[in-house]
Write a protein of this length. Structure first.
Lengths: 358, 358
């Protein structure tokens, strides 16, 4: 009788404990849902509805080096989908090996952001796509007309633009080049185990990752790195508590181009409060999109997290806290959509196609 | 009765005509089989047997820019599988935008060739793969040890080398890097309608293409451009009847680097008879692998064919002959294997991975 009672009490106890455990996870999920959302399947747009024809055309353009003056550089060169939409370089290399000033952000999930580029100067991916093609230190095309001239000389492209923009009299425009690329990018959503968790699967994250998530919210990371992309929702100063370069200075190497301090969004708005303000980057796939920060100065994720804690929040993380947060961040690694990894076979140029200029 | 007789005679007549037509095609096929063979499914090797593990690893390495000093250039940069294994540039662009002296040959079907590079200095694709990685004007890695250092710092690569070379004590060697890439390249076979014809489908080519094939053999093109790759079987002087630059000179633009006349295989053998001798290139996918010749000086396929007729055979083709030959050449456009177009997701670097140097 006594034994049965003991067993009964133990069972009840462990049941209570288990339900308390479940309740912890459920509470964590409830808290997380205040800050984060799972990824949509496609980042839809009212002004540029995503259609299969646009996505097919956009993918070809994304991978086509003829959108660059030299005929060598494509969107995929710096936003390489084999490496999570980045080039894993501090800053990118462009036409004639000119080195850019900023780290190439990933195109994965980028369409969800409130604006594009580190300084938010483009309002959406449709506007962003027009930039690098014409930037003299990036793809260096001389003008939108030169881009259209090249594409118009390729019969298959002419057909594909008609298919993708069927109700337009003259569909082969620079706007539509950008819209097609953007439509493709809107499909670059990379769901992860964290999304499964957010959708209710309490076992999708390990215990350590859940502890990391809890710290991520408690310590203050989530006050900026929130939303479906865990970033991209606001602009913030890099270096709130202290100047960021106090912490990143030691990581700057001779390899980097000598240049004035990057003033961030100030260059766009000219408001003093925007000095060293940047769009908060997305933390999805962060373990793959090194090196970090707008200048790509820091390679190590652990270092980047400590720097953020220091200059943004005035905190120093213990080794244990750091480990857990990094474990959580790695749970944000997502699945790159299969269609995005299928290289398109590009249509051949014609004798009318203007030649590349190296 | 008369009507039946007429119908009977007409039927017999057309049957005879049809069989005479079939016989023409059958004769053409018989003749073609003396010069050409259909592509194998894989270009097998006794010394480097192709296995799925090697191919998977080789594909990753082929697409991995960390095999270059800058971390920007991969095999796929110049041998872009989205554009039939070439970069469609006169000569390639390498580290720090240095311009190479020769046109990048396609990796498609290359494993079938008797040797690699325009001057045949590598005996097979296993030897070829070692070249560009270390070439200071191409991928510019400082040494094989530097390549291995990078790969060894990436745990997934260490595992993949063990899987691909299971009976070796230390599988992560530069030789094996090349063997893996070569194994992948051995699967880059691109069967075309011409292969269907060679396998017996007399209707796989159009009438015009068959006439082009006939001319191709009659005129003398097939005396050099033969074998399964329609090329790659011998070395020949470019400019047999007259100096080739008599014909290509007008196509040379200011864009091209100033350099001494390319002496071809002479630079390898130092034999006078090898002056301006090059490996005969493959004509498979030729309509996609412009611009043409070792220096990539000629963009237009029709022009290239006329130049060949002139300087190799001392002939001038009529417009009709040219049209037919070019139609046949276009029938050599093949299917790029699906697996080759599936971009691999590359493993991340580790803190131990040596940094790129731009």
């Amino acid at each position: 009788m006594k034994k049965a009672l003991v067993v009964g009490v133990l069972s009840l106890g462990s049941a209570l404990l288990m339900s308390a455990g479940k309740s912890e996870d459920a509470k964590l999920l409830e808290e997380a849902r205040k800050y984060f959302k799972p990824l949509p399947e496609v980042a839809q747009s009212k002004t540029n509805p995503v259609t299969p024809e646009k996505v097919e055309l956009g993918k070809m353009l994304y991978y086509d080096p003829r959108l660059s003056k030299s005929g060598l550089i494509s969107c995929n060169t710096c936003h390489n989908l084999a490496t999570y939409g980045v080039d894993n370089l501090p800053t990118s290399v462009g036409h004639r090996w000119q080195l850019g000033p900023r780290n190439a952000p990933t195109t994965l999930n980028a369409a969800l952001h409130v604006a594009q580029f580190w300084d938010g100067r483009a309002k959406d991916v449709e506007e962003q796509a027009k930039g690098p093609i014409l930037n003299p230190i990036e793809m260096a095309m001389d003008s939108p007309e030169e881009v259209i001239k090249r594409l118009r000389s390729i019969p298959q492209y002419v057909e594909l633009f008609k298919k993708a923009f069927p109700n337009e009299k003259d569909p082969l425009t620079y706007d539509n080049v950008a819209k097609a690329i953007a439509a493709f990018e809107r499909t670059l959503m990379t769901p992860s185990r964290f999304d499964k968790f957010l959708k209710g699967d309490l076992n999708a994250l390990t215990k350590k990752e859940k502890e990391g998530l809890k710290l991520f919210m408690q310590i203050g990371c989530a006050s900026c790195h929130n939303g479906p992309a865990l970033g991209g929702t606001t602009f913030q100063r890099f270096g709130i508590v202290e100047a960021y370069w106090n912490a990143t200075r030691e990581y700057v190497t001779l390899d980097k181009p000598t240049m004035p301090m990057d003033v961030g969004r100030f260059a766009v708005t000219h408001k003093e409060e925007d000095l060293y303000v940047f769009k908060v980057p997305s933390l999805r796939n962060i373990s793959r999109t090194y090196p970090y920060f707008h200048d790509g100065s820091v390679w190590n994720l652990e270092d980047a997290v400590q720097i953020m804690a220091k200059v943004q929040l005035g905190k120093k993380l213990s080794k244990d806290q750091l480990d857990k947060i990094v474990a959580f961040l790695k749970a944000l690694d997502g699945e790159i959509p299969k269609h995005a990894l299928e290289l398109p076979v590009l249509p051949p140029s014609s004798p009318a196609t203007p030649k590349p200029q190296r």
